[in-house]
Structures are given as structure tokens and as C-alpha cells.
Design a protein around this ligand. Structure first.
Ligand code: UD1
Length: 431
């Protein structure tokens, strides 16, 4: 049994606290391997991707203990054996272990990474950058064999600001000899969070969150206790859910300063955001403090369409919210165009939305969405994590009952979407 039943069509009312960030905690778990001792992480989301990553860490000799949302990792006895393929093979973030295993042990073997089926997802940028730091990497049929006894600082320029490649370079650079200068680095908030974590362990990093990151290798790191920031993608998902279903919702612990492009989109839809820390302009812009805050959302029920949104690296509109956005726009008044510029195969969810009555036309990397007002309940299938969340949005806004199969995709990144939907007044059951 692996499905959700959602009874949609009623406006939302209630409040939800935003969980810790998936895309921050995963590279941080990898970074914990760099220190041969205990690391304590607070506010770790209870998602299946974290559980898989912990299994992989155990495969390399770590011990892990979870106490609620607190994780204690002891990497004192790390070894370079093979990661359990069942987990590494299905999880994209396992590639993130390459930089830290090399930094700590000088060698590693990693099964090829898996992850959501949203495009080709090559790892060439990771491999090229690590080679520039002295890594010898051999692509074998079952995975990558890597050796790097003496990583060296280097000047590296990424042809595209890949999040994962930026993280891998930083992880190896922390233990390399000399300074690494990474140009055209990804600027996603999760990179900044990884660097904050590494600095709390004694790393020397400048420029995190900008296009040029400078890392000076250190001989030793030390113990740390660190709290994972809230998840901007989960917050954005629940904002778009409110937009589509209508109603009045309070979201707590929202990293609003990381959501400027989403706030602007919501303002264009006619969704109102209010909050003590929100110095709102009419267009949803404005400079905000870098601390999580509470926000009140009002959505009229029938949102405005007529939007043209393209996904882009941060601070652009996040590709991870493209499917949730598409689901919301299906219910809008008017025609919108969404362009996907990061992952080429990220329109799979459109087929399921069409089954629910949506009018979507895909041409290459562009989706034209004609708002049809109400969708109707249907039997649909999640094909990947964020697409699954998009179906929850469509289901909550639709008339009647929707059954969403393959719930396990959603559990990869949402701690307990059933609890959260119930807290907002949605009738939902798990089967
Ligand atoms: C991370 C996020 C994911 C998010 C994505 C973009 C995690 C665990 N996942 O994924 O949720 O959607 O950033 O914000 O943090 N590329 C190459 N060669 C490479 C690496 C990437 O061509 O070696 C391409 C990819 O195919 C894709 C684009 O670059 O088209 C972006 O990928 P990247 O930024 O690396 O995303 P991930 O780190 O995989």
C-alpha cells in the first residue's frame, strides 16, 4: 500500500511549521564524514532520503543515532568500503560523498548515483572539477573508483553553476593543500548552509552564496553542533498549495528571504502574504532579515494566471517548485507559460494533471497552461518527488476524491505531508 486519498475542494484553514531542509541536510551529512568524531545535527527532517543517506554512512563504518529531530553521527571509524548499492544507487546525493570521502580517506568507491527521474543528471562537472584538484577517477561498470592522496587547491571554473558539483569541490577543498577558488559556483542557500556548517567545524571558507567561493584547506576540523535551516522548497510548496486551494494559512519558520522569486509569483497570482518580518512591497519584493519567520497567506480561491515564469539557478524561480507551480496555475484565471531551464524531463507530472482536467500543452521546454478553474478527482501516479507534491496541490484544489499512487516518492522530501495537509483542514488518508 503506497497511496494517498485526498478529498479536495474546500478552502484551507490552519497552520504548519516548516521542516528542516532536505537539500541542506544531505550534503551536511556527507560533510560530517570529514571529521573523525561526533557531529550533532538539530532540526533534521524525518524524510526517507535522510534515512537512505544514514544507511550509506553506516555502510562506510559510521554509527548514527536519531533522537527525534536530532541526529548524532560518529565518523570515527570511517572506512572506504563500498556503499550499500540499494541505497546509493537510488539516491542522487550519494555523489556528494565523493569529495568528503576523498578529503578524509584519500580513496573511495561509489556506485553510480540515482535520484528522481527528471532528466539525464550527468556527473561530468563533478568529475572534471575533482580531477583538477588531483583526484584520479576511474569510471568502472558498477561505479566510480577514486584516489586522491594529496588533494591540491586549484582555480576551477564551472561551465554551469551546478549545486552538487559546487558542494563536492568545497568538500574536498576543505582538506586540500592551499586555496581553492571556485568560479561560477552555485549560489543556492543550501551552499551557504553547507559552508556555515563546515566553518562551524573549523573550515576556512569565503564567498559562500556568491559566484566565487574560496576555500583554504585546514589540517584539522573539530566537533560541532549545528541546526539545519528550514526547507524553502517545502515552504514554497505549501504556499502554492494555499494559492490553489484558497483559504487562510499560517506557515511557521519560513525562510522568506530565500523565497523572493516565489513571493513575486504569488503576488502576481493575487495571493496576499502578511507577517511581522515581512516588509512587503506591492510586488512581493523587499529586503528581509536572514532569519526564519512566520507568515500568514490569504488566497482568494480563484488565483490570477497570465504569468510567464522560467526556472533558473538561485535566486531565480526554483526548478523544484516548477511542478507545484504548474499544478497551481491549472486552477488560475487565464493562460500562463512555464519554462523549465534546469532539468529537461521535468514535465512528467503534466500528464497526470491533464487526467484531472487540466489544459496543458508542452512544447519542448515550455508548458502552456490554460487555467480551467476546478480540476476533478482522479487516480493519478507520482513519478518523482516534487511532481508528487504537485499532485497533492492539484488534489486539494480539485472537486472530489483523488488517489495519488507511489506516495514513497513524496516521502523522500516531505517529512509528513499527511499531517501537514490535515493541519490545514484537508481530508486525507494513507492506504
Ligand atoms: C540539486 C538539488 C535538486 C535541485 C537542483 C537544482 C540536492 C540534493 N538536489 O540537484 O533538488 O533541483 O540542485 O537546483 O541538493 N549537470 C551536468 N553535469 C553535472 C552536474 C549537473 O550537466 O556534472 C546538469 C544537470 O543535468 C542539470 C543541471 O546541471 O541539468 C543542474 O544540476 P545540479 O545543479 O547539479 O543539481 P543537483 O545538484 O543534482
Amino acid at each position: 500500500m503506497d497511496y494517498l486519498e485526498i478529498e479536495g475542494g474546500s478552502p484551507l484553514c490552519g497552520e504548519v511549521r516548516i521542516q528542516g531542509s532536505k537539500n541542506a541536510v544531505l550534503p551536511i551529512l556527507s560533510a560530517a564524514l570529514l571529521y573523525p568524531g561526533v557531529t550533532v545535527l538539530e532540526n533534521c527532517p524525518g524524510i526517507s532520503d535522510v534515512a537512505s543517506m544514514l544507511e550509506i554512512l553506516k555502510g562506510y563504518g559510521c554509527t548514527t543515532l536519531r533522537e527525534g529531530n536530532k541526529l548524532i553521527i560518529d565518523a570515527g571509524n570511517l572506512h572506504s568500503g563500498r556503499a550499500p548499492e540499494d541505497y546509493a544507487g537510488v539516491m542522487r546525493s550519494s555523489i556528494m560523498l565523493l569529495g568528503s570521502l576523498l578529503g578524509r580517506l584519500g580513496e573511495a568507491f561509489l556506485p553510480y548515483p540515482g535520484g528522481c527521474v527528471i532528466g539525464k543528471r550527468p556527473i561530468d562537472l563533478h568529475l572534471k572539477a575533482l580531477r583538477e584538484m588531483g583526484a584520479q577517477l576511474q569510471e568502472e561498470p558498477e561505479g566510480i573508483r577514486a584516489v586522491c592522496a594529496h588533494p591540491k587547491g586549484a582555480r576551477i571554473r564551472l561551465p554551469f553553476p551546478s549545486v552538487g558539483a559546487t558542494e563536492n569541490v568545497i568538500l574536498l577543498a576543505v582538506r586540500a593543500e592551499g586555496t581553492t577558488v571556485l568560479e561560477n559556483a552555485a549560489r543556492e542557500p543550501e551552499i551557504t548552509e553547507l559552508c556555515r556548517f563546515l566553518c562551524s567545524m573549523g573550515a576556512r571558507i569565503r564567498g559562500a552564496g556568491t559566484g566565487t567561493v574560496m576555500v583554504t584547506g585546514v589540517q584539522r576540523l573539530h566537533e560541532t553542533e549545528f541546526t539545519i535551516m528550514p526547507d524553502r522548497i517545502v515552504a514554497g510548496t505549501y504556499m502554492l498549495l494555499t494559492a490553489a486551494a484558497g483559504g487562510k494559512v499560517i506557515l511557521r519558520d519560513v525562510p522568506l528571504w530565500q523565497l523572493a522569486s516565489v513571493r513575486k509569483t504569488l503576488a502576481g497570482m493575487g495571493v496576499r502574504l502578511e507577517g511581522k518580518d515581512l516588509k512587503e512591497t506591492k510586488k512581493g519584493e523587499g529586503k528581509l532579515d536572514e532569519k526564519a519567520s512566520d507568515v500568514l497567506l490569504f488566497s482568494p480561491g480563484r488565483i490570477r494566471g497570465g504569468l510567464q515564469i522560467s526556472t533558473a539557478p538561485y535566486p531565480g524561480f526554483p526548478t523544484d517548485l516548477q511542478s507545484p507551480l504548474m499544478a497551481a496555475l491549472c486552477t488560475a484565471e487565464g493562460e500562463s507559460v512555464v519554462e523549465e531551464r534546469i532539468f529537461e524531463a521535468r514535465f512528467k507530472t503534466a500528464e497526470e494533471l491533464i487526467r484531472m482536467g487540466a489544459d496543458i500543452c508542452i512544447q519542448g521546454s515550455r508548458a502552456c497552461i490554460r487555467g480551467t478553474g476546478r480540476l476533478h478527482g482522479e487516480r493519478v501516479e507520482a513519478r518523482e518527488l516534487r511532481g508528487g507534491a504537485a499532485l497533492c496541490i492539484a488534489a486539494a484544489a480539485a472537486e472530489g476524491k483523488t488517489t495519488i499512487h507511489q506516495y514513497h516518492y513524496i516521502a523522500r522530501g516531505y517529512e509528513n505531508i499527511i499531517r501537514d495537509l490535515k493541519a490545514l483542514g484537508v481530508v486525507v488518508n494513507y492506504g
